[in-house]
Design a binder for this molecule. Structure first.
Ligand code: C5P
Length: 408
């Protein structure tokens, strides 16, 4: 059977806690799957399991001392570890998390983490009180904001004798997260993405507005997928019930005008702009200061003016950014989208027929067509928004690698 980890180089970081015994089991599973594993231990981990155990199971030297310049053989292994496909830290104690969050180096694990440039997964293990501590929570959030993935601990009996949240996830679960992470590309590392999502609200008065049913799901999926592939993401979101995703900067706005200001403010530091937001095309000419009163059965008239077209403004001030628009259409899908691609001077447009059932607004699935400037039209099947996001990023990554000038 071909294994998904065959040929992968993985660094297993072990910090000191009773859960170290599960790291031994995790190592065994990784090796069984065909991975080449290098173990690196924190100073305290050695009090729980000896390096020899990990060495015997990994058949590689274990890195547990900070590098000694006289030892060129271990230097070679440290270099190999730094170039691994993934670093998984399991168990990660509160102390190790703190060091990782702040870039402090005082042992082999913390030193290797700071030098490591690939994707990192962390499986915390500690007592429930520690896991709940605001300092630990803040450290986890800091690391998440840098794109580090977490495998949450589970509820169970802890070393301190109580039952609570803090027990290291089971090795099989960590293995599944490792597989999942390695299955994903890490091809957008360091790329600066600006992504808009959700609807806008155009207010008539303080309590009423014109909007659309956009859920924000597509834009959030693109933002999360880009983050998971190593990009630095700024998400500008209209009002949605979705939680701000960890690992990115999120700015909230309501109106098209506010979204415009945020997009233009961030444009200079952006390499790739993905305008997923369903920006309102019209806004009341005036927002009434007070709630509009009913005048018996008399109709009321509201004059609507076009909102600023953000993408057309971007077209005027962009300096090499790769720009992707979305087009929700109810007729002549491809022709209308192609027209928008040219009119808004986009590099790509994602068109979807919002009149078809089960796709578009609100739904978790969508059926879209990609169009680009070279005239390529690619119709995708019905897919989850997450999968569409990854397919879109595949196209963007391919275009960026064939045009290194983009975003410079
Ligand atoms: O013209 P239409 O609204 O169909 O264009 C859709 C695309 O244009 C989307 O990418 C949307 O985010 C963007 N848009 C914009 N400013 C507007 C309206 C739409 O940037 N005022």
């Amino acid at each position: 059977m071909t294994s998904s980890l065959k040929g992968k180089k993985i660094v297993l970081g072990v910090s000191g806690g009773i859960a170290c015994y599960k790291a031994v089991e995790l190592l065994r599973l990784l090796v069984k799957e065909g991975a080449r594993v290098f173990v690196v231990m924190s100073r305290n981990a050695k009090k729980f399991v000896t390096p020899l155990t990990f060495e015997a199971l990994s058949r590689n030297p274990v890195y547990h001392k900070v590098f000694d310049s006289a030892d060129s053989a271990s230097m070679e292994h440290i270099r190999a570890a730094e170039a691994a496909d993934l670093l998984v830290v399991a168990p990660a104690t509160a102390g190790t998390l703190g060091k990782m969050a702040h870039g402090l180096t005082d042992d082999a694990l913390s030193t290797l983490f700071v030098a490591f440039r690939g994707p990192v997964l962390v499986a915390p293990a500690m007592n429930d009180g520690m896991y709940d501590n605001p300092a630990v929570r803040a450290n986890i959030e800091t690391m998440q904001s840098r794109g580090i993935g977490f495998i949450d601990p589970e509820v169970g009996s802890l070393a301190c004798g109580v039952v609570g949240l803090g027990r290291l996830a089971e090795p099989e679960k960590i293995l599944a997260a490792v597989r999942d992470r390695l299955a994903r590309a890490w091809d957008l590392a360091g790329r600066q993405f600006l992504i808009t999502a959700g609807p806008t609200r155009e207010f008539l008065d303080p309590v009423r507005y014109i909007s659309n049913p956009s859920s924000g799901k597509m834009g959030y999926a693109v933002a999360e997928a880009a983050r998971d592939r190593g990009a630095q993401v700024t998400l500008i979101s209209g009002p949605t019930p979705l939680k701000p995703p960890p690992g990115m900067r999120v700015f909230a706005c309501k109106t098209a005008q506010e979204m415009r200001t945020l997009v233009l403010d961030h444009l200079a530091s952006t390499e790739i702009l993905v305008m997923t937001a369903a920006v309102g095309d019209f806004a009341p000419e005036q927002v009434q200061k007070e709630k509009i009163k009913k005048q018996g059965d008399e109709p009321i008239q509201i004059r609507l003016l076009p909102t600023p077209d953000i993408l057309r403004e971007v077209a005027k001030s962009k300096t090499g950014q790769f720009v992707v628009g979305f087009a929700a259409e109810t007729e002549n899908l491809v022709e209308s989208a192609r027209e928008k691609l040219l009119k808004k001077d986009l590099d790509m447009i994602v068109a979807n027929d919002v009149s078809a059932p089960g796709i578009g607004f609100q739904s978790d699935t969508n059926q879209v067509t990609f169009l680009d400037r070279s005239g390529t039209v690619e119709q995708l099947p019905l897919l989850s928004k997450r999968e569409i996001a990854h397919r879109l990023l595949d196209r963007i990554a391919a275009k960026l690698s064939s045009n290194p000038q983009t975003g410079s």
